[in-house]
Design a protein around this ligand. Structure first.
Ligand code: HEC
Length: 215
């Protein structure tokens, strides 16, 4: 007896569900019912970067980065404009480009263009130190092909381009770090082309011809 009544109830609930499903068609082109949870919970207020913002003591939305923050990809340059620090930069600063890689070659190509703009006046088109300015009485720069710069480390050249050296002007304001590395890669290529390092003569192989054949 109990069971039939319960079955009836279940049957009624089922029919009601089906009836509601058929009658209450959901219009998917309209937003659904929304439960309003109070002021800022349904729609949180958005601030634009430069709008005032009462949530911060300084009243700004965009906050200063924490002091000492270093942006990703930034090469830290903590050297003073002294000859000692030029040497230190040589020890500590690494060229971000692998010279013989595709990026290194592209970098040297960009450097060649920058060299035409910023350096030829004094250093000359091929870096030999015979630019038009030097020919008219400006202290002639040393050749970049045969001078000390051949032996200097890349980081030391970067220091010279950043701070200058004696009558060599500084270029930090005109050339961002990556452009300075481009120039260094161009100088390295000029040096290599003017006088490739002598090939290292390796001692003849001690392997017997039979062993060499197996390779
Ligand atoms: C106004 C002329 C002038 C310009 C422009 C100039 N240089 Fe120089 N550069 C010099 C002089 C002069 C020296 C030698 C400085 C010294 O006496 O130590 C020098 C030195 C150098 C050295 C060190 C060479 C060594 O053997 O000590 C490098 C590297 C160099 N310059 C690269 C560049 C590059 C790259 C540019 C372009 C971005 C450039 N220079 C633009 C005049 C110039």
């Amino acid at each position: 007896m109990m069971l039939t009544r319960f079955n009836l109830l279940l049957g009624f609930a089922l029919s009601l569900t089906i009836a509601l499903l058929v009658l209450l068609r959901v219009d998917h082109s309209q937003p659904n019912y929304q439960v309003n949870l109070g002021d800022d919970m349904t729609y949180s207020p958005a601030y634009s970067s430069f709008s005032t913002n009462s949530n911060f003591a300084n009243g700004r939305t965009l906050q200063q980065p924490v002091s000492g923050t270093i942006a990703r990809g930034t090469q830290v340059f903590h050297f003073e404009p002294t000859p000692q620090d030029a040497l230190r930069a040589g020890e500590q600063l690494a060229n971000p480009f692998e010279v013989s890689s595709a990026e290194g070659i592209a970098s040297a190509d960009r450097g060649a263009t920058a060299f035409q703009t910023f350096c030829v006046a004094c250093h000359g088109a091929d870096g030999a130190g015979n630019g038009p300015v030097a020919k008219r009485g400006f202290p002639p720069p040393p050749s970049l092909l045969t001078g000390k710069s051949r032996e200097m480390k890349d980081g030391q050249l970067f220091h010279i381009l950043t701070y200058g050296q004696n009558s060599m002007p500084q270029f930090a304001a005109q050339l961002p770090p990556e452009r300075r590395w481009d120039l260094i890669n161009h100088i390295r290529r000029l040096q290599h082309e003017s006088q490739p390092p002598t090939e290292i003569v390796t001692t003849t192989s001690v392997a017997s011809p039979a062993e060499a054949d197996t390779e």
